[in-house]
Design a protein around this ligand. Structure first.
Ligand SMILES: Cc1cc2nc3c(=O)[nH]c(=O)nc-3n(C[C@H](O)[C@H](O)[C@H](O)COP(=O)(O)OP(=O)(O)OC[C@H]3O[C@@H](n4cnc5c(N)ncnc54)[C@H](O)[C@@H]3O)c2cc1C
Length: 354
């Protein structure tokens, strides 16, 4: 019997594991993949993520920062409509490295980690999980940090605890490729946020030391084939680049579950839809919600406490950002976006980073 079983060793699961094992809980983290594993992602970290790592005493993170710059550009198609320099840096990581770093840290703080084993069944009554190799483990608390296609969430859905319709309506698709610096002649060494190719979403070009991460994402309900939109964007920015494979992944985009817990079962990160509804930034909210779920276990009413903490530290901002997205994406206008950044850039930089 474990005090806490965490399903998923991504940023949400590792962060919960780090906090809980430091506190002396007997923790098991299970992931279906063997690490280092890649995760389709832009790998952009904002200042608040760095603050969270520092607050948790997770040192050594600088070694996995691949690229850092305070500059950024906002584009309408391939026209730069705003160029900014924020007081806070954008940091870029490769997820295979960042996620391994966090999971190793969880191991060092005392969490048991089982890699390469998928959770296939959960018996809520017996408080028992079943793995793909037939092993069974019992828990006092279960944290589902198993990403956007969460198995734990699917079991809660079966129990009628989550609204399937709202979940589907706010799901986005994102497609992404990596372009080696050697293959292109491109000199913008700061992150670009690109509007105009997709509805209710945006494109991005993020710098790494050896490559550019290029992608596009938007609400599934509002868009057709995103691969075609990405191809169009690529032809404007990298006309001579020979495209091979486009990768895709869904991303929660406004479908955060108001109370992502049931008795002693909690959802954190993408599993609970806890991704920023305007920017799609999910690493911070995965780590923060993992931490909040972990903190809640110390309370007499863990589920109620988790809801309270989420409202205070994540959902209040998400609700503000939903309002911002409703204006920006609905207007879908080059001129108004340009004005918004010209006059509100300091405020927007704070919203993104703090
Ligand atoms: C194209 C794209 C670009 C993005 N860019 C950014 C960005 O630049 N910055 C940012 O902050 N966010 C970005 N995001 C969002 C971010 O990637 C996610 O929000 C983040 O990874 C969520 O972390 P997590 O720990 O909740 O889940 P994940 O990182 O998905 O980890 C879940 C883990 O659970 C494991 N798992 C799943 N099912 C099982 C099972 N049944 N049994 C055992 N293990 C299981 C998986 O193997 C995985 O390791 C992007 C997303 C996409 C799709």
């Amino acid at each position: 019997m474990y005090d806490v079983i965490i399903i998923g060793g991504g940023p949400a699961g590792s962060t919960a594991g780090i906090y809980l094992s430091k506190k002396g809980y007997n923790v098991l983290i299970i992931d279906k993949e063997k690490f280092p594993r890649d995760k389709l992602c832009g790998g952009a970290l904002t200042e608040k993520t760095i603050s969270l790592l520092k607050d948790l005493g997770i040192s050594g993170y600088r070694n996995v920062i691949d690229y850092e710059t305070p500059e950024y550009g906002i584009l309408w198609k391939n026209e730069e409509i705003y160029r900014g320099k924020s007081p806070y840096s954008f940091r870029f990581v490769k997820r295979s490295e960042y996620d391994s770093f966090l999971l190793n840290h969880a191991k060092k703080t005392g969490a048991c980690v089982l890699e390469g084993n998928r959770v296939v069944n959960i018996d809520f009554k017996k408080r028992e999980i079943l793995l793909s190799d037939g092993k069974k483990f019992r828990y006092r608390f279960l944290i589902g940090a198993d990403g956007v296609n969460s198995t734990v969430r699917k079991f809660l859905l079966r129990e009628g605890l989550i609204k399937a319709e709202r979940w589907r309506k706010n799901l986005a698709n994102a497609v992404e490729i990596y372009i080696s610096r050697k293959d292109v002649d491109f000199n913008k060494d700061y992150p670009l946020i690109i509007l105009g190719y997709v509805k209710w979403g945006y494109g991005w070009i993020f710098p790494n030391r050896d490559r550019f991460v290029v992608g596009i994402g938007g609400l599934i309900d509002r868009n057709g084939n995103l691969k075609e939109s990405l191809k169009l964007m690529l032809s404007d920015f990298f006309p001579n680049f020979r495209l091979r494979k486009i990768m895709g992944h869904t991303i929660p985009f406004g479908n955060f579950i108001e109370k992502p817990c049931y008795e002693n079962v909690f959802l954190a990160g993408d599993a609970g839809g806890i991704t920023n509804p305007a920017s799609g930034e999910g690493i911070f909210s995965a780590q923060k919600s993992g931490l909040l779920a972990a903190l809640s276990l110390e309370s007499e009413n863990p589920c109620g406490r988790y809801k309270e903490l989420l409202d205070r530290y994540i959902y209040r901002d998400f609700k503000r950002d939903l309002r911002i997205r409703n204006i920006v994406y609905r207007l879908n206008s080059k001129i108004l976006t340009g004005y918004a950044f010209k006059f509100l850039n300091k405020k927007l930089e704070k919203i993104v980073h703090l």
